[in-house]
Design a protein around this ligand. Structure first.
Ligand code: CP
Length: 324
C-alpha cells in the first residue's frame, strides 16, 4: 500500500503505480463501509474543491459534490460559461487563482484535442492537486469506479474476459475517454481485454501501445476485434458504449454519418446471451436507451449500471481524501 499521495494530480490512472491504485480501491471500500454504517468520516474538514465544468454532467457533479460534503468539506460548482474564461482568464489564471482559494481543482473539459492539454496546463499552474472529471482522452474516475464494481461483482479481474465495445448512438459524438480509460486500467489488473470496434472507431495509437504493454506486464491479454458479436462471445464483462470517430475525421457531421453504418451495434438480449451466463452488463451512463442498449438489458438481471454509478462516489472520496 502506498499512502503518501498528498498533492498528487489524478489526470490518468496510467500515471499512478499499481500499488497506488490498489490503495485507492482499498480506501474506497473502507469509506463505502463507513458510509453504510453511518460512521463519521470528516477527513477533509474545512477543505474546498473547485469543480470547473465546460460540459454537462449528472453523475460527476453530483458525486463529487456529495463526496466533499460527506468528507466534511465543500465543493464549489463553477460553470465555465458563467466565469470570465470567455473574457480572458486562461489556464494560468485558473490554476494560479483557484489553486490559492481551494484545496483541489476538478475539471471537466472534453473538447477534442483541447481538454487534456487544458487540464495539464492548469495542473502546471496550480499549487493544489488537479482532478480530471473527464477530458477528451481520459475519464479516470469512471474507470476506477468500474474497476471497483468489477472486483465487487466478479472478483479478481485476472480471470476475466472484459469486452470494451463500441455501440451505436445517435445523440452526439461522445468522447473516446471512457473506452481509453477502461482498456488502460483493466489491462493493469491483468484482465483479458477485448477492444471491439468498427474500423473507423479507432482509439489513440499511444493508448493502444500502453494497453498492449500493460497486458504483457500484468500477464493478461489485449486484442482488437472488429465484429460486434465476436466481441460479446463468452465475455464476463460487457462494457458497450458509443464514442465518436474522431481518430478518423474531426468533422462531426461526417463522424455521425459514419456511425449510421453501425446502427445494429446495440446490446439486446440476443447479444447478451452470447456472453457468459453470469456476465455483467456495464455502462457509464447516460445511455441512449434502445439505441446503444435495450431497456430489457439495461434494466435486466445482468445490469450493474446503478452500482457502477454509486461507486463513482466512493472512489472519488478515496482519491480526494488521499490527495487533498
Ligand atoms: N458517467 C458520467 O461521467 O456521467 P455524467 O456525464 O453524468 O457526469
Amino acid at each position: 500500500m502506498q499512502t503518501y499521495l498528498h498533492g498528487r494530480d489524478m489526470i490518468t490512472t496510467q500515471e499512478w503505480t499499481k500499488d497506488e491504485l490498489d490503495t485507492v480501491i482499498d480506501i474506497a471500500l473502507d469509506l463505502k463501509k463507513r458510509r453504510a454504517l453511518g460512521e463519521e468520516h470528516s477527513l477533509l474538514r474545512d477543505k474546498v474543491l473547485a469543480m470547473l465544468f465546460f460540459f454537462s454532467s449528472t453523475r460527476t457533479r453530483a458525486s463529487f459534490e456529495a463526496g466533499m460534503a460527506q468528507l466534511g468539506g465543500h465543493a464549489m460548482f463553477l460553470d465555465s460559461t458563467a466565469t470570465q474564461i470567455g473574457h480572458g482568464d486562461t489556464w494560468k489564471e485558473i490554476g494560479e487563482i483557484l489553486g490559492r482559494y481551494d484545496d483541489g481543482i476538478a475539471i471537466r473539459q472534453v473538447d477534442w484535442e483541447i481538454g487534456n492539454k487544458y487540464i495539464r496546463a492548469v495542473a502546471d499552474a496550480s499549487r493544489t492537486p488537479v482532478l480530471n472529471m473527464q477530458d477528451d482522452w481520459y475519464h479516470p474516475f469512471q474507470a476506477l469506479a468500474d474497476l471497483l464494481t468489477v472486483i465487487e461483482k466478479k472478483g479478481d479481474p485476472r480471470k476475466l474476459t472484459v469486452n470494451v465495445s463500441y455501440a451505436y448512438a445517435a445523440s452526439y459524438q461522445k468522447p473516446v475517454s471512457v473506452a481509453q480509460s477502461e482498456i488502460l486500467l483493466m489491462t493493469r489488473y491483468g484482465a483479458n481485454v477485448r477492444l471491439t470496434r468498427p474500423p473507423e472507431f479507432k482509439l489513440q495509437p499511444e493508448v493502444i501501445t500502453q494497453a498492449t504493454e500493460n497486458a504483457r506486464k500484468y500477464h493478461g491479454s489485449f486484442e482488437i476485434i472488429e465484429d460486434f458479436e465476436q466481441g460479446m462471445a463468452g465475455a464476463d464483462v460487457v462494457y458497450a458504449k458509443s464514442w465518436g470517430s474522431m481518430l478518423t475525421t474531426s468533422d462531426h457531421d461526417e463522424s455521425a454519418k459514419i456511425s449510421e453504418k453501425y446502427t445494429d451495434w446495440i446490446v439486446d438480449e440476443r447479444r447478451m446471451d452470447m456472453a457468459d451466463e453470469d456476465a455483467i452488463y456495464m455502462h457509464p451512463l447516460p445511455a441512449d436507451r434502445n439505441i446503444e442498449v435495450t431497456d430489457a438489458v439495461i434494466d435486466g438481471p445482468h445490469s450493474v449500471v446503478f452500482d457502477q454509478a454509486e461507486n463513482r462516489l466512493h472512489v472519488q472520496k478515496a482519491v480526494m481524501a488521499l490527495t487533498m
